[in-house]
Ligand binder design. Structure first.
Ligand code: GLN
Length: 304
């Protein structure tokens, strides 16, 4: 299968559709990116890279970072983690406060903001320098030093942190938050403000297409059964209240971020990252979703 030719076709076809969305503006600094950027990268399990458009340009990975933080705590906490966070789709926006209240401080899943804050809290308990640990973990997964924290975006989000701060206080009130709130939020905003290109992101996700073994880190990152579970969580919860729609249209486990990126995997074949900043009303990139839908159609495979 000639992945290069397929992604070039997808790139042209998506561009021709002139899809429109809105660049995220609730983090003001995110809205200053050029909305027309668009890139696709595929990395197969031999490490071959296929790329088109802005696939080498770093962008704000935002919530895609939650897959890395979950991977870091998953095998360390084993079943204990699942008493603090559930594994059900939320059917609600990623920053919903109401659901956390009526479910008594146990977030629906690790990918909505409340769940990711619990994960970052667990990492803060575990490591003296959690942000540095997250950075070096992602670099290891990519097989090179490629991750940078964009301090301007981090500070921009910190200045508009009311909802995430409220979620953290709710978690604390329900005794599901161990560390100092400001300290954990600092780590959370730092990992959301990390920047990577499509190609480096696809490299970092490669272990999830490969039963937990990273060809770039040259080691088993997590066991096959844990990799399977992270993929199941991405498939059911990776796109917030659009997860069903993404599974229906694309059929791959994946994770989106409000920077406009999506990283996904076709188990035993490849990992893929697509980026374009304009989002739909659920906070997912319009072009990236369309590109992945066309890609799985053209390759005529998905999980289903
Ligand atoms: N940093 C963003 C937030 O907490 C991440 C959200 C996202 O990418 N969906 O709101």
């Amino acid at each position: 299968m000639d992945y290069q030719q397929v992604i070039e076709e997808v790139y042209e076809e998506v561009n021709a559709l002139q899809l429109k969305g809105k660049v995220a503006s609730y983090i003001p600094e995110l809205s200053s990116v050029d909305p027309n950027q668009f890139g696709i990268a595929i990395v197969d399990l031999a490490g071959n890279v296929y790329g088109v458009g802005d696939y080498q340009k770093p962008f704000s990975i935002q919530s895609i970072s939650k897959v890395f933080t979950l991977t870091m705590v998953f095998h360390k906490f084993k079943t204990k983690l699942w008493s603090r966070v559930n594994v059900e789709p939320s059917g609600n926006p990623f920053n919903s406060i109401a659901q956390l209240e009526y479910e008594k401080g146990i977030p629906r899943n690790p990918f909505i903001n409340a769940g990711a804050l619990v994960i970052t809290d667990a990492l803060t308990t575990k490591y003296a320098q959690p942000t540095t640990e997250i950075l070096s973990f992602i670099n290891e997964l990519s097989g090179k030093t490629c991750v940078e924290i964009n301090e301007v975006i981090k500070n921009s989000e910190m200045k508009h942190a009311d909802r995430n701060t409220a979620l953290a206080y709710f978690l604390k009130a329900y005794k599901n938050f161990d560390n100092d709130i400001a300290e954990v939020l600092d780590v959370y905003f730092a990992h959301c403000a990390m920047e990577m290109s499509c190609v480096d992101l696809a490299r970092a996700f490669s272990f999830l297409a490969n039963d937990g073994y990273s060809i770039f880190a040259q080691r088993e990152i997590i066991s096959e059964s844990y990799a399977r579970r992270i993929n199941a969580l991405m498939l059911t919860c990776g796109f917030y209240d659009e997860s069903g729609e993404f599974a229906f249209r694309v059929g791959l486990p994946g994770k989106s971020g409000v920077g406009g990126g999506i990283a996904a995997v076709m188990p035993h074949k490849f990992s893929v990252a697509v980026w374009s900043p304009e989002l739909n009303e659920k906070g997912n990139s319009v072009k990236a979703i369309k590109a992945l839908e066309l890609l799985t159609d053209k390759l005529s495979f998905s999980l289903f």
